[in-house]
Design a protein around this ligand. Structure first.
Ligand SMILES: NC(=O)c1ccc[n+]([C@@H]2O[C@H](COP(=O)([O-])OP(=O)(O)OC[C@H]3O[C@@H](n4cnc5c(N)ncnc54)[C@H](OP(=O)(O)O)[C@@H]3O)[C@@H](O)[C@H]2O)c1
Length: 242
């Protein structure tokens, strides 16, 4: 057996049309999984990159319960909760809608999607969940209060679910990506002073690529990581070590 292979596994990746989600879907397909690329719109580019290993599904987490029936309908072995949004404003001005929108997609949807997955996977006694956390699961950040609250929540819920389900065969872990070149960080990269300051603090000396997260997600979904439970794995070029 190749402990790093996903051969024979069915994986569902949320927010798979772009960025980190796309890279995770493609890396999992390359590792042998059959991948369901879920998005609030069609994931055409991701499907083209995955070829015969992939298929699409519409999941829009503006309804946090959107995935309630997905896992009862077919066997899905691996769930990657990647969909996420960010809103920026001074804490003193931050609006209720910017709070609720981010918490609903990043935290409430993630929990209830995990719950729906677990209800189907627990009777089988096996399954893997990979949640996408953030450096802001550990740090405070600036001008992103709902994002920081949601990602601290993702780290906490990852541990809670691991505590409840590890002995029942489900691995629940998270990845905390560092600064990755995607739409999510476009505003930071468009600001030359901010972009330079970030780069200077990264021991690896470069921004992260979505593929860096894709390969880690494969590892946390494969048999090689069967004894890893409740971990939030930093993939940040050393940022948090500094
Ligand atoms: N880039 C980084 O440096 C970084 C660092 C730490 C953590 N992260 C996390 O990594 C994850 C992926 O982000 P990214 O960097 O790849 O950014 P991105 O390119 O903006 O991707 C975000 C994904 O989430 C989807 N999404 C947003 N709202 C949704 C909804 N209501 N229902 C379903 N899907 C929805 C987006 O779909 P649309 O394209 O339709 O909007 C997109 O597929 C997020 O959880 C983010 O917080 C990113």
């Amino acid at each position: 057996m190749n402990a790093f292979s996903l051969e024979g596994q069915v994986a569902l990746v949320t927010g798979a049309n772009t960025g980190i989600g796309q890279a995770i879907a493609v890396a999992m397909a390359q590792a042998g999984a059959e991948v369901i690329a879920a998005g609030r719109r069609d994931c055409d580019e991701t499907l083209a990159l995955m070829g015969a290993q992939g298929r699409g599904m519409r999941l829009d987490f503006s309804d946090p319960m959107a995935a309630r029936d997905v896992f009862a309908a077919e066997r899905i072995d691996i769930l990657v909760n990647n969909a996420g949004i960010i809103r920026r404003d001074d804490a003193v001005d931050f609006s209720e809608s910017d709070w609720d929108d981010v918490m609903d997609v990043n935290l409430k949807s993630l929990f209830f999607t995990c719950q729906a997955f677990a209800r189907a996977a627990l009777p089988r006694g096996r399954g893997k969940i990979v949640n996408i956390a953030s450096l802001l699961s550990f740090q405070g950040g600036i001008r992103v209060p709902s994002y920081t609250a949601s990602k601290h929540g993702v780290a906490g819920l990852t541990k809670l679910m691991a505590n409840e389900w590890a002995a029942k065969g489900l691995n629940v872990n998270a990845i905390a990506p560092g600064y990755i070149e995607t739409n999510n960080t476009e505003a930071l990269r468009a600001d030359p002073a901010r972009s330079q300051a970030i780069l200077e603090r990264i021991p690896a000396g470069r921004w992260g690529r979505a593929e860096d997260i894709g390969q880690t997600a494969v590892f946390l979904s494969a048999p090689a990581s069967d004894y890893i439970n409740g971990t939030v794995l930093n993939v940040d070029g050393g940022w948090l070590a500094r």
